[in-house]
Design a binder for this molecule. Sequence first.
Ligand SMILES: C[S@@+](CC[C@H](N)C(=O)[O-])C[C@H]1O[C@@H](n2cnc3c(N)ncnc32)[C@H](O)[C@@H]1O
Length: 475
Amino acid sequence: MTPDSADNGRATTYPVALRLAGRRVVVAGGGRIAARRVERLLAAGARVVLIAPRLAPALAERAAAGSIEWHQRGAEDADVRDAALCFAATDDVDVNTRIAAAARARGIPVQRADDAEASDFLVPALIERGPLQVSVSSDASAPSLTRRLRARLETLVPRAYGDLAALAGEFRGQVKTRVPRAERAEFWNAVFDGPIAEQVFAGRIEAARRELQAALAEAEPAKRATRGEVYLVGSGPGDPDLLTFRALRLMQRADVVLYDSLLPASILELVSPDAERIHVGKRASKHTLPQDQINALMVELAQAGRRVLRLKGGDPFVFGRGGEEIAELADAGIPFQIVPGITAANGCAAYAGIPLTHRDYAQSVTFVTGHLKQGELNLSWAELAQRGQTVVFFMGRRNLDTICARLIEHGLPADWPAAMVIDGTTARQRLIAATLSDLPARVAAERSTGAALLIVGEVVRLHERLGWFHPTAEY
Ligand SMILES: C[S@@+](CC[C@H](N)C(=O)[O-])C[C@H]1O[C@@H](n2cnc3c(N)ncnc32)[C@H](O)[C@@H]1O
């Protein structure tokens, strides 16, 4: 950092992106840093002249393939002639100093791998998505912080942004000629915030291209922007950290959210603050809104041009009625997308240290519902009572006595391992690991009334060795 930047805390460099296609760029040095510079220069289409007595393997490959011009010797002052840019990246300070001086004497910007302060420019850390580039630089104050930030951004910027930028690039010229200047920003906002971008994020590039073409033809961007759509999103078992990136993005984008009673506040908080919140209930036997009304409401909101987020616990397609909800939308011709979530079975198993399958104990895993249908628990008990498998009961708390009794009647020993995971993956998680005969009484003694998942099988015992998540929160 220079004294100036130290004074006011601001960077003193000026960020630019250089066009180097076909231009001569000189790189002195043949090591790892030179190799990184060369890769980026080649991606930018530069004509790379490399001067080094020896080459790192990646550079040797480039030289052998004829992608770069390699001079096998030490760098000399005259090498920098006619260069658009110069990199002094040898491991010899004196050579770097000499080459940097030679470049500067000819007015050629130079970067020294060994001395950021003595360089004319810095090379930022880069996140690339197609034509989109996000560069991060700290004015050479904290390169390792820059790298950390880059790693975080790498996970935050979806890959599909590259496709979106490429698609925008494809249409840029047409938009310029067909959409009046005053309406252009609004046109692009509608593209990036609306269904066209969503098509790209869902991997439907061709459909996005067609829609963009149509939007352009109509030149009615406002109309396009108000077309409604529905996002059926699985929010996982409770821990907000288990949300997917796509879930989070759509949660930020929606303008109305429909959510159930069991959805944790910590997840609901991540929905855009501007979105209208509609609680549709659904605690066992106390449905706030009947299922058909929830389905109808989604259709109605989407037809009114709203971006509707239907937020479900766990995964929408695992005992989540996702299929029923989406069928109605499909029939009404409303665009929708489905985002999988981590189901309670996977989340609870992982946070309880109970592998659902294991080569020694369980060759298969079955997910079943312990919920009564017309007052009956009509399950294939003989199959569920087989050894060598794990059986996971969703919604099994109310009928726990019956479930355990039936499994024993159909052949499992009374001391067969069974566990209840309550409020799994959250700070209130409770694991009650017991046997079929004593689990009901142990669970009945619990104060918590949270969501509960029953896991039956020998894998339950493994929690003693593999348990790792021991939250301390009190009820
Ligand atoms: C209507 S089902 C929905 C399942 C959800 N779609 C999924 O994939 O996890 C609700 C049941 O899931 C289970 N469940 C959901 N979240 C849970 C959690 N955090 N801990 C324990 N069980 C959970 C309970 O058995 C609860 O009764």
